[in-house]
Design a protein around this ligand. Sequence first.
Ligand SMILES: C[S@@+](CC[C@H](N)C(=O)[O-])C[C@H]1O[C@@H](n2cnc3c(N)ncnc32)[C@H](O)[C@@H]1O
Length: 307
Amino acid sequence: MRILELFCGIGGVAEAVWGQPSLGRVVQAVDIDRQAALVYAANHPLRPTIATIESAASWRTRIAGWTADTWWLSPPCQPYCARGRQAPDDARRDALLQVIRMVAARPDWLPCRIALENVPAFEQSDDCSRLLSSLDAAGYQTNQQTLCPTQWGIPNRRQRFYLTAWRSTCKPPTIVPPPRPAAIPLARYLDRDHAADLFLDPGLQQKFAPGLDIVSPHGTDRPTSCFTAGYGKSIKQAGSYLAVAGRLRRFSHREVQRLLGYRDAFAWPSRYTHRQRWKMLGNSLSIGVVRQVLASLAVENQADIRR
Ligand SMILES: C[S@@+](CC[C@H](N)C(=O)[O-])C[C@H]1O[C@@H](n2cnc3c(N)ncnc32)[C@H](O)[C@@H]1O
């Protein structure tokens, strides 16, 4: 597959296909965030286009030149987090609305495969219904699933909604996680050494500990919670803490990166702080699950996919 990664951030899709040629390759990526694009370019042989998706009408020639046969979309999830009740005036919806208009009005621009990732509540939103109707009108068959890396034994919860679409007479296949995956021990994802500034201040620890999600480095019974873009900024409900000899510490960005499935060699510009790295990772994707979704789209016997 020749993939156009829209809303690419630091490149979760490029990371998923890294070293996996059977899943395809990313031919171009687009985002508005220059800092995330620098991380992308430090790890993959392409420099994302910095542009708003809303300006897509002006990329006609570029889209044709990229000759992607697959689009991956990870639009902002904030408008849908509160049970999909998106505020009509939330400007963070505009980019996805532009894609929906494009699907409806520009069938000649569209690839044979489209995938979208968002929070589970997106499925109940009006924007999801709009997207499904326009895909149907443009001749796509769709499949929708909510998946979590814990279904593959990975000790990190990150439940996400995945929509796959084929311009075909048959539906993309449903992904079936293994029935009884072995739980991978959390210890396998942890650093040997960690910076002292990852420890919570004892005062904060005493005040907030009852409301925190705390895991043991040696536990296998409970996965870590979802690391959000707010990890390191919000004390509560942004990700787990590790209990180490009576103290609580945050997970390092490398540990979060490993739990998401990134390579250890994934590089960061040295000037980026812990907080910036956590934020970009919190916005990113669970790489192992993305691989499953891409593999389901890449099934080869779809002879009737209209290219
Ligand atoms: C949920 S994150 C996706 C992150 C990405 N999948 C990754 O692996 O890092 C949403 C991304 O959309 C980008 N974005 C938000 N509004 C945009 C717009 N109007 N046009 C283009 N990109 C936008 C943000 O900068 C952010 O990187």
